[in-house]
Ligand binder design. Structure first.
Ligand code: HSE
Length: 446
């Protein structure tokens, strides 16, 4: 019996802005999965224009029909046969201009640009709202992991209370590889760059800026607010030394690059830093360049979303899935479905870093003298910082002049109190090097 022909509507035209790794992946995926995409959407998605800076360099990633190439961005956006503009140029200047222009022209937009969203959230979503257009951004956070869709649709009836994410693959790759091999940081960073995960400026990865952008997007989505990225306390992974990985392991922890957000009812807590994570926690097992977001929500409780946070096809997959969803919205609206009401962002205060409460790993390099341990404990105690565990090792100092290494794990303490205690400890005559501080995170942490 012949298969009945599926009735599909006319194709949806896409203008692709940028043809790097992700853009190439989008072209490839639309080509390779064309039949499945058409079956799921009921229409084809057709790339009709690819805007590039230099057409001579355009087919480095994937072979393309050169007739699609153009350098004329404005003309591509204005074409009436383009329904979706896909911004993959990155940065915040040109990208913002392009996204706003596309929305103003009534086009729906897909972007993978976390920096643009994090820094201009209210402006770009305001523009989308005024234009009655869709703005989708699954690929901006954790590449192919459908965390935005999970939070927006899967947990639509729930309320997120906190999330802990490993959202930067490069940092996770570096710390995982250092933990496994104790090889030097810079060698491993070079490897991560060769694998194609690192940002063009890897300081964004190792300094935590990339993770802060992603955290701002997640917090805005979960908590219905507009987080100021500059107000997210951000520490990179570059201060982590092999000795810290050793001690973490000894206490039953691994060190992971975390992005943490929590709803305190009134204010929002948001921070990015490496943290000791109990080896028994699922997050501790997220190794290599993989990403994961561990979410605590009111109804579901804990849930975790895991996968490739970067790479050509994983990221392209998120972009193309957004196109499919936009296509479905286009058809629904054409059939008279109402647009959902605008989500109003409510400004929320940020919890000042000094006021956060968590547990701490403190490492001291001190002289080997009677009473040293007592001095450290006295100062910590005077600031209300309670000790959970202590180890002291002779001859294990990271610095040559350190005779003794003391590592303290605290109970939950206020950050401001810990910092005040450390400032005092640093001036003790017996202390040989600035104390090292790493926060501890756990499933049940406050
Ligand atoms: N540089 C990013 C990472 C790529 O390492 O996770 C994806 O945003």
């Amino acid at each position: 019996m012949p298969t009945p022909e599926r009735r599909t509507t006319k194709p949806i035209g896409v203008a692709l802005l940028g043809l790097g790794n992700v853009g190439g992946g989008v072209v490839k995926l639309l080509r390779d999965n064309a039949a499945a995409i058409e079956a799921r959407l009921g229409a084809q998605i057709e790339v009709r224009a690819i805007v590039v800076r230099d057409p001579d360099k355009a087919d480095r990633v994937i072979e393309i029909d050169r007739a699609l190439l153009t350098t004329d961005l404005d003309a591509a956006i204005a074409r009436p046969d383009i329904g979706i503009v896909c911004e993959l140029i990155g940065g915040t200047t040109d990208a913002k201009h392009v996204v706003l222009a596309a929305l103003a022209a009534g086009k729906h937009v897909v972007t993978a640009n976390k920096a643009l969203l994090a820094e201009h959230w209210a402006e770009v979503f305001g523009a989308a709202e005024r234009a009655g257009a869709d703005l989708y951004y699954e690929a901006a956070v954790c590449g192919g992991v459908p965390i935005i869709r999970a939070l927006r649709e899967g947990l639509a009836s729930d309320r997120v209370e906190a999330l802990h994410g490993i959202v930067n693959g490069t940092s996770n790759y570096i710390l995982s590889t250092m933990a496994a091999s104790r090889r030097p940081f810079t060698d491993i960073l070079r490897e991560a760059q060769a694998l194609g995960y690192a940002e063009a400026d890897p300081r964004l990865d190792i300094g935590g800026g990339d993770a802060a952008h992603k955290l701002a997007v997640l917090a805005n989505l979960c908590f219905g607010t507009t987080v100021d990225v500059a107000a997210i306390a951000t520490d990179g992974i570059d201060a982590i030394e092999p000795i810290d990985l050793d001690y973490a392991e000894r206490f039953g922890y691994v060190i992971k690059p975390l992005a943490i957000a929590r709803d305190h009812g009134g204010a929002i807590e948001a921070r990015v830093h490496p943290a000791l994570v109990p080896a028994s926690w699922l997050l501790a097992r997220v190794a290599g360049a993989k990403n994961a977001v561990y979410v605590n929500s009111y109804a579901l409780g804990p849930s975790m979303y895991y996968g490739a946070g970067a790479g050509m096809l994983p990221t392209a997959m998120a972009v193309v899935s957004d196109m499919i969803e936009i296509g479905r919205n286009m058809f629904a609206r054409a059939a008279g479905a109402p647009r959902p009401p605008a989500r109003v962002a409510t400004p929320r205060a940020m919890v000042p870093l000094a006021e956060i409460r968590t547990r701490y790993y403190l490492r001291f390099g001190v002289a080997d003298q009677p009473g040293v341990l007592g001095q450290l404990m006295t100062v910590l105690g005077a600031h209300g910082v309670s000790i959970a565990q202590v180890v002291q090792d002779t001859g294990r100092g990271a610095e040559p002049e350190e005779k003794v290494t003391v590592v303290v794990l605290t109970h939950t303490a206020r950050e401001g109190d810990v910092r005040a205690a450390l400032a005092e400890i640093e001036h003790l005559a017996v202390v040989r090097a600035p104390p090292r501080v790493i926060r501890i995170a756990s499933e049940g942490s406050p």
